[in-house]
Ligand binder design. Structure first.
Ligand code: KIV
Length: 272
C-alpha cells in the first residue's frame, strides 16, 4: 500500500476482521510519539491507538478530559510518521463529537486529513449513534468504546469495573450490537466482567478489543507506558508489567550524573 515500503503489508480494518474470523488474537498498544510508535510498530502489533490517555501519560493531567483536538493531531501526526505496518486509530477527544453529528464529522475529518491516521475511536453507545453513523458515511472507519469510558469519569465517579449489574450489562450488549449494525470495524471493551466480554465477543461479528476485560476478547490493548513499567504508580489488577523501564531509566540517569560529577564523562574517545 505504501510507496515508501512496498515490501511491508499494511494492516487494514479487513485484516483485523479476518483475524477474528480465523480466531487469531489481535495485539494492540497505545503510542503518542514518533520514537515509541516506531518501536511498537517494528515489534509487530497490529493496531496502534493514539489514545486520549496522552492527556494522562504525556501531559500529566488527572483525566482524559483536557486534551484538545490540536494536541491529538500533534500526537497522531508524530505516530503516523513512524508507523509502517500497523493500523493507526486516533481517539476523538472529549467535547469534540458529543454535541452533534456535524461537529463529530468535522473533528474526524480534521484528524484524518491532518494526521494521516487510518481510523478514529469514539466513546459511548446509543447516545452517539448519529455521530458514529455520520462519520462512517464519510468513509472514515470507526472503532467503538464501551464499558468504562474515561471521558465520562465524572458521571461514573470511580474507575471501578462497569456493567456488573444486569441492566448495565444488557445496555452494553445492545450498544455493541448497534455499533456493529451501523458499521464500526471494532469495539474496545474496558474494565467489564470477563463473562460479559465473552458474551459480547460471541454475539457480534466485529472484533472486540479488551482492556481489563478478561481473556475472551478478540484482542487486547494496554497503554504502552504501563506495560513497560515507566509509570510505577499505576497498578490496576489487569495490568501485566513486561519490564521495569522506570528502574532501568533511573539507573542509567543516575550513572550519567555520577560520571559527569566524577569527570569521567566524556572521556577521550568521546571527545573531538
Ligand atoms: O485512551 C486510551 O488509551 C484508550 C485505551 C485505554 C483503550 O482508550
Amino acid at each position: 500500500m505504501s510507496i515508501h515500503t512496498p515490501d511491508i503489508k499494511r494492516i487494514t480494518t479487513h485484516t483485523i476482521q479476518e483475524m477474528k474470523t480465523r480466531g487469531e488474537k489481535i495485539s494492540c498498544l497505545t503510542a503518542y510519539d514518533f520514537s515509541m510508535a516506531g518501536i511498537v510498530d517494528a515489534a509487530g502489533v497490529e493496531l496502534i491507538l493514539v489514545g486520549d490517555s496522552a492527556s494522562n501519560v504525556m501531559a500529566g493531567h488527572e483525566t482524559t478530559l483536557p486534551i484538545t483536538i490540536d494536541q491529538m493531531i500533534y500526537h497522531a501526526t508524530s505516530v503516523v510518521r513512524a508507523v509502517k505496518r500497523a493500523l493507526v486509530v486516533v481517539d476523538l477527544p472529549f467535547g469534540s463529537y458529543q454535541g452533534n453529528s456535524r461537529e463529530a464529522l468535522n473533528t474526524a475529518i480534521r484528524i484524518m486529513k491532518e494526521s494521516g491516521a487510518h481510523a478514529v475511536k469514539l466513546e459511548g453507545g446509543l447516545e452517539i449513534k448519529d455521530s458514529v453513523t455520520r462519520i462512517l458515511s464519510a468513509g472514515v472507519p470507526v472503532m467503538g468504546h464501551l464499558g468504562l469510558t474515561p471521558q465520562s469519569i465524572y458521571k461514573f465517579g470511580t474507575y471501578t469495573v462497569r456493567a456488573r449489574q444486569e441492566a448495565e450489562a444488557q445496555k452494553l450488549i445492545e450498544d455493541a450490537r448497534m455499533l456493529e449494525e451501523v458499521g464500526c470495524f471494532s469495539v474496545v471493551l474496558e474494565k467489564i466482567p470477563s463473562s460479559l466480554t465473552k458474551q459480547v465477543s460471541e454475539t457480534i461479528t466485529i472484533p472486540t478489543i479488551g482492556i481489563g476485560a478478561g481473556p475472551h476478547a478478540d484482542g487486547q490493548i494496554l497503554v504502552v507506558h504501563d506495560l513497560l513499567g515507566i509509570n510505577k504508580a499505576f497498578k490496576p489488577r489487569f495490568l501485566r508489567r513486561y519490564a521495569d523501564l522506570n528502574g532501568v531509566m533511573t539507573d542509567a540517569i543516575s550513572n550519567y550524573i555520577k560520571d559527569v560529577k566524577g569527570n569521567s564523562f566524556p572521556n577521550e574517545q568521546e571527545s573531538y
